[in-house]
Design a protein around this ligand. Structure first.
Ligand code: FES
Ligand SMILES: [Fe+2]
Length: 323
């Protein structure tokens, strides 16, 4: 099954992992437990305990004198270190590694992984550049959705669903793809979307509306298949809305968003919380429609502005090549 093996996947931002709190992650059909120790080291092991298969992510972390920590199994409390070794009761000696750690590539706060597959495309440097220059506002919109990775990617690069899926939020009158720059697995889309102006009641219901101008000008930068960045600029702030896509298994995919900004006015700081909430609603709406699609329905209608989806389909077929 083509789940784009060989792509890097951003599993989480460090802030999503509370120290010594195990987190379950699924990637390409396998489950893992991730945990961060109090020194900031991040560990990842297969989630099935090699004793009798209990989910290690349901267990707890045990901090050691040097600040490292082990993961304790919730069933019989065997403790595994980051190499997958344990000390059996009554013995003083560590076993050899019983489960193979998942290889992670940690870049600052970013936790990447190829899921154990041979890397076919590199990790781009853009997240490190954004993190160096912008203030991190937070993560939002994390959802595990019952859909395959291709359907998720099509939705995320669909420039026509604002008036259906997101009609209550954006009230867009029309969508115009001003330019689509296709650079293989990397692309830029410049959209212009005039919107109906919110009335007073709309603003009360959703103060995030205030952050939205009359014409939504969007610059989307896409990195097939794992990431899409919305670059937003106005006189209040400069925004980087970074969406990440992760194939959990053949029919489950995860998405989350990391938000960064540069404030040009103190007002920008007041709307940070609203922005996170707004994006969370957007992703909820996407998750909802993705669970209400008949998979495999032949597409007999083509709309304008499907260039993003065409780009996804082509790259999905030819991955890791772009044509
Ligand atoms: S199943 Fe994990 S210790 Fe027994
Ligand atoms: Fe959407």
């Amino acid at each position: 099954m083509n789940q784009l093996q060989g792509s890097p996947w951003l599993l989480a931002h460090r802030s999503m992992l509370k120290p010594n709190k195990p987190m379950k992650i699924s990637l390409l059909g396998n489950d893992y437990v991730l945990w961060q120790d109090s020194r900031g080291n991040i560990n990842a092991l297969p989630n099935a305990c090699p004793h009798m298969g209990a989910m290690l992510s349901e267990g707890w972390c045990v901090q050691k004198a040097d600040g490292s920590s082990t993961i304790a199994c919730p069933f019989h409390a065997l403790e595994f270190d980051n190499a997958g070794c344990t000390v059996l009761p009554g013995s003083q000696k560590e076993t050899k590694s019983l489960i193979t750690p998942l290889e992670l590539i940690i870049q600052g706060d970013f936790i990447w992984s190829y899921g154990g597959y041979e890397p076919k495309i590199p990790i781009p440097t853009i997240m490190n550049e954004i993190a160096a220059e912008f203030e991190f506002i937070g993560s939002t919109g994390e959802r595990s959705i019952s859909t395959d990775i291709l359907s998720l990617l099509l939705n995320m690069h669909d420039y026509n669903h604002q008036n259906g899926t997101h009609r209550s939020l954006f009230e867009i009158e029309s969508v115009q793809v001003k330019q689509f720059i296709d650079e293989g697995l990397h692309s830029h889309a410049y959209l212009s979307q005039p919107r109906k102006q919110p009335n007073f009641r709309d603003i009360i219901k959703n103060p995030g509306q205030l952050a939205m101008p009359k014409v939504l000008e969007a610059h989307l930068e896409n990195f097939f298949p794992f990431m899409g960045i919305m670059h937003g600029d106005n006189n209040l702030l400069s925004l980087k809305e970074c969406h990440f896509y992760i194939p959990e298994s053949a029919n489950s995919s995860r998405v989350f968003v990391l938000m960064y900004m540069k404030a040009y006015s103190p007002i920008a700081h007041l709307i940070k919380g609203n922005l996170l909430k707004l994006i969370d609603i957007v992703i909820e709406q996407d998750a909802n429609i993705l669970s209400k699609i008949y998979a495999g329905t032949p597409q007999r209608i083509k709309m304008n502005n499907e260039v993003g989806m065409d780009w996804v389909r082509r790259n999905y077929k030819s991955f890791p090549h772009s044509r």
